[in-house]
Design a protein around this ligand. Structure first.
Ligand code: ADP
Length: 265
């Protein structure tokens, strides 16, 4: 059964409803996507095809001009309690790592009302979470004292501290060097295995999509629609060795082929 369901979704930027024209942009057209509870999916496609827009639709930050977006059986009409992480870690430079991680607890209920009473407990939770991503002992550091990869690890903790059932990741590792990026694939796989939240990863790195996801959805060029959905039947935990296996390489080629075709359609 679907936990997240997009049905025939169109999204037009710069409109108050109706069709795209003039300075309006039809970003997503007739998108259908179904995601099970606890599933890890990746969305790939050419730049500007509407991948981030799909995330915004699921987060309730934009509303479809046509079609429906449903989460857990209910129409998405307002911003949802999700975790989000982006290409830039966007840690607040005047807060140490622990206080950055705890930021959502100042905003999201029921944590917000209890933040004073639960302060010590929340600090301990933040530090436990930091330990799971290899940042034990870094809670008191300032963001500028961390490498780019460490900042991304902290950002993942901030996205998870309020225990969202959905984690939306928009190119979270795109700015990192290859080695750091590949290390973080393993970190993210472990987080997903231990927490079992539903993860939607937008990426242009096809190896990353196949390494991490159970299902990869390919979008066509704008206006984006889903042109191919592939299951990734590769045993877990996946490792860098998995990326050299013939079935892994074959799937990456197949996805690349579909993206190429989607660009022409
Ligand atoms: P992707 O994530 O695949 O690169 P996006 O979802 O960010 O693509 O954008 C899809 C299209 O919508 C692009 O042409 C982009 O320029 C346009 N777009 C995105 N956000 C806005 C916005 N807030 N206002 C107007 N156009 C936008």
């Amino acid at each position: 059964m679907s936990f997240i369901q997009l049905t025939d979704v169109d999204l037009v930027y710069g409109s108050s409803g109706g069709k795209a024209s003039g300075d309006q942009t039809l970003a997503v057209s007739g998108a259908n996507i179904s995601i099970a509870h606890g599933e890890f999916i990746a969305i790939v496609g050419p730049s500007g095809c509407g991948k981030s827009t799909l995330l915004k639709l699921i987060a309730g930050l934009v509303k479809p001009n046509r079609g429906t977006v449903r989460v857990d059986g209910a129409d998405v009409c307002r911003p949802q309690k999700v975790g989000m992480a982006f290409q830039n870690a966007t840690l607040l430079p005047w807060r140490n790592v622990r206080d950055n991680v705890m930021l959502p607890l100042e905003i999201v209920e029921p944590y917000r009302s209890r933040q004073k009473a639960d302060h010590d407990k929340n600090c301990a939770r933040a530090e436990e979470l930091l330990a799971t991503v290899g940042l034990s002992g870094f809670a008191d550091r300032m963001p500028w004292q961390l490498s780019g990869g460490m900042q991304q690890r902290a950002q993942l903790c901030r996205a998870l501290i309020h225990e969202p059932s959905i984690l939306l990741l928009d190119e979270p590792f795109a700015a990192l060097d290859t080695f750091t990026r590949e290390e973080l694939w393993s970190v993210l796989q472990d987080l997903w295995s231990s927490r079992k939240c539903t993860i939607i990863l937008v990426t242009h790195e096809l190896r990353e999509a196949v390494y991490l996801a159970q299902t990869v959805h390919v979008m066509s060029a704008r206006p984006g629609r889903i042109v191919k959905t592939s299951s990734v039947d590769i045993a877990r935990p996946r490792t860098l060795d998995s990326t050299f296996q013939p079935d892994f390489v074959g799937l990456v080629h197949d996805l690349r082929d579909h993206i190429g075709r989607g660009k022409k359609s």
